[in-house]
Structures are given as C-alpha cells and as structure tokens.
Design a protein around this ligand. Structure first.
Ligand code: HGY
Ligand code: MN
Ligand code: MN
Length: 413
C-alpha cells in the first residue's frame, strides 16, 4: 500500500477524545483529571484497555508511565515513540495532553488495521504527571525517564494535602514493575494543541515548533508577624501578604523591564491565617518565568530575586526563595523538525515554524532522543481552561501529519 495516501480515522479519534473527556468532566465542558487521582486512574485504565485491543505489548514503569508498542520487522531496532499526558489542570481542557496520547493510539490503530509493514517498533506513551499542578514540578515522569530527575525526589513530592507521589501511585495501582529509565529511541514526536493564539491569528492549521522555551518555577515563602487587625499601628506591622503583593507586582513588571519573549506568572498563593481580622504572618506564592533565551531569563532572575529580599527587609519580613524546577530551552532535532514540516506540506498544509511557550514532556525526551512536535490551533488561543477547544478537522489534520512522520521514521534504516 502506498502509505503516502494513508489517513487516520478521524471519527475514531474524535470518539476516543470524547470518551476520555467524560472522565473528570466538569459542568462547563472541561475536565479535572489531576495526576494520580481516581479520574487519572480511570482514564489510564481506558487507555490500557484500548492498547490491549490492538495487541500492543504494554509496559508500565515505576513512575506510572504507560507504553504500548507494536512490533516492527526489525524489532530489535530503537523504536519510534509518540505520546503526551493524560493528566489535566484543575478545570482544564479536553485536548491538552490527551490529544497527543489519543493521536499516538490512533497511529497504532491505523498501522494495525491496515497491516502496514514497519521496520522499527512503534510506541504510544502516556507520561505521568505532566502538568505538575498537584505534584510539582511538571513533567516529573518524563524527567525521571530521561535521567534528569531522581526517582526518590519524585516519590517524595507531596500535594497540597500532604499526600506523597509514591503513595498515590501505589493507591491507583500504577507503580509498574519496570524501572523508569530511558532506552534507545530513534525518534520521539509529540502531538499537542498550541495552547496559544499564533496559529489561529495566522490562519494556519499545522504548527512546527523549533523547540520549547526554558521553564523555571520558584516557591516563595514569606514569614511576617500575625497580629490583631485593629489595635496594631501600621508602622509596627510585618504583613507577609502585603510583602508578597509588592513582590508579585515586581515579578509582573520584569518582562517590561527586560523585554524579549519573557513571561512571568504567579499562579498560586497561600496565606495564613487567612482571617479577615488578622494581619497575615505567613504567605507562599509560586513564580513561573520562561523565555527561549536562557541568558535573558537568568538576567531577569538576577534582578528580581534580590528585589524580593529588599522588599522583605523593608517590611520586616523574612523571605525564603526555593528554586523548584529549571529546564533549559529545548531546541528540537532539526532533521525531525524538517520531517514534520515536509509531511505537512505533502498533505497540503502550509506549516508554520514557531516556538512552544508551553512546557511538554518533549522537553525532557529531547535531552536523550531526537524529538519534534506537531501543533494544531487552540480556538481563541485559550488553554488550561474549560473552554479549551480545537476543531475535529484540525485534530484529524495533526494526526495525519503525525502518521506520516511516524511511518517515515519507522522505516528509516
Ligand atoms: O506548564 C506548562 O506549560 C505545561 O502545561 N506543563
Ligand atoms: Mn500539555
Ligand atoms: Mn498543560
């Protein structure tokens, strides 16, 4: 069969995505499927069921990542892998991550039902805890698999309720038997929604990221002094929340100050005692800063972090700055980027080279194997929200490009 004319089954991809969207469905059309939650388990069980239906060899590693592999004629050759993540943000979207897992599954289904001859084995993967919203940092399982994060470090991460990662992994029955440790991979393709406005604004369907920006997370802890909100004169206060607020404004002004593609976000804040008539004494907030330019990010941090200290001193508070996560920017493999680009053109699309502002497991896999990604548009440029949406036609288009890329890499000498 001339595989150039082979296409995936768009209806089946849509049905799989719709089936998955029922798991953790929210009232306004999104999903909450936090890593290692019951909803995550339910979706994992469904993914494993579907892998079994096409006679995949299934491996679950001891970080819970799930691999389904179809053999190739030269099965001892390094495989071609594709996948993403099943876990979601709280009240997140129905496409983030799961599109890449269902897309990879659809490639295996298409290869199987058409009995396509492949030299190399092909693998679909679902990486545990890509989002990092329940257990920080993000991409923790692909990070361990790639050798960038230590398993014990991951196992001891706790969620806001103090539950340990390892305990939750065992509880849902996905602490697998095989060690989460990389093996030779010939090519890794991750298919994902863009999660931004660029493709839609340029009226393009296929995005070809040249790589992923650097990703840096900090936890900032401020110790002040709680006191009665009434009798305590303003001059005597050590208000941790006011100190945090000043720091958060400073963080938000950094991109303006340093320019380039810098983005900074404070997404989460915890405040104690959090009572209307007590001056706050302990405040914690998260800080996320990203750029394609590692030097620019460092210069911004070298300016901002000492500023946090000055603000704390001025307000008689103590600040503790913890670096929680740091991934350098990830330039993808030029050869694989070209394969994505050329496959899209052969299918009649007009692909757009771009950069990924979102983090993906591909950032870690890129450190140990040739890696590239395929993007399709996010309607309104929205993601990590319940109204996250992508047309079914675009979902099919991206999967058709993925199919061609995987077949080309699977049949390379
Ligand atoms: O943070 C990110 O960009 C991804 O959603 N983990
Ligand atoms: Mn994602
Ligand atoms: Mn995400």
């Amino acid at each position: 069969m001339d595989v150039a004319n082979l296409r995936i089954n768009g209806n089946r991809l849509q049905q799989s995505l719709e089936e998955m969207a029922k798991i953790g469905a929210t009232s306004r059309g999104g999903v909450t499927r936090l890593a290692l939650s019951d909803e995550d388990k339910q979706a994992r069980d469904l993914f494993v069921k579907w892998l079994k239906e096409i006679d995949c060899e299934i491996t679950i590693d001891d970080m819970g990542s799930i691999f389904g592999t179809l053999p190739g004629s030269e099965n001892n050759l390094p495989s071609v892998m594709s996948g993403s993540h099943i876990d979601s943000q709280p009240r997140g979207g129905r496409f983030d991550g799961i599109l890449g897992v269902m897309g990879a599954l659809e490639i295996l289904r298409t290869i199987r039902e058409n009995n396509i001859q492949i030299n190399r084995p092909v693998t679909a993967v679902a990486w545990t805890n890509e989002e990092g919203t329940r257990f920080s940092p993000a991409m923790i399982a692909s990070g361990v698999w790639a050798g960038s994060l230590k398993k014990d470090y991951a196992y001891n991460r706790t969620d806001p309720d103090g539950k340990r990662f390892e305990g939750e992994l065992i509880r849902i029955g996905y602490k697998g038997p095989s060690p989460a440790k990389r093996w030779p991979v010939h090519a890794y393709y991750e298919y994902h929604i863009e999660q931004g406005p660029v493709l839609e604004s340029k009226n393009r369907i296929i995005g070809v990221p040249k790589g992923i920006v650097n990703l840096n997370w900090y936890d900032i802890y401020i110790e002040g002094e709680s006191n009665q909100a009434g009798p305590t004169p303003m001059v005597n206060r050590h208000d941790s929340l006011v100190a945090a607020s000043e720091m958060i404004i400073a963080a938000n002004e950094i991109p303006n100050k340093f320019g380039g593609d810098l983005v900074t976000t404070v997404g989460r804040i915890d405040n104690e005692p959090n009572s209307v008539n007590i001056i706050p004494g302990q405040t914690h907030f998260t800080f996320d800063i990203r750029s394609w330019n590692d030097g620019l990010t460092q210069r911004a941090l070298d300016n901002l972090l000492p500023l946090f200290k000055d603000i704390a001193d001025k307000r008689g508070c103590i600040v503790r700055i913890e670096e929680t996560w740091r991934v350098k920017h990830s330039p993808f493999d030029p050869k694989l980027v070209r394969i994505v680009n050329d496959s899209a053109i052969k299918l009649g699309f007009d692909p757009l080279e771009m950069t990924s502002g979102a983090g993906h497991d591909a950032a870690y896999i890129n450190q140990v194997a040739p890696t590239a990604m395929i993007f399709v548009p996010s309607i309104g440029g929205r993601s990590h929200v319940e109204i996250e949406n992508t047309t079914w036609e675009d979902c099919k288009a991206g999967a058709d490009v993925l199919l061609q890329c995987m077949l080309q890499s699977a049949n390379e000498a």
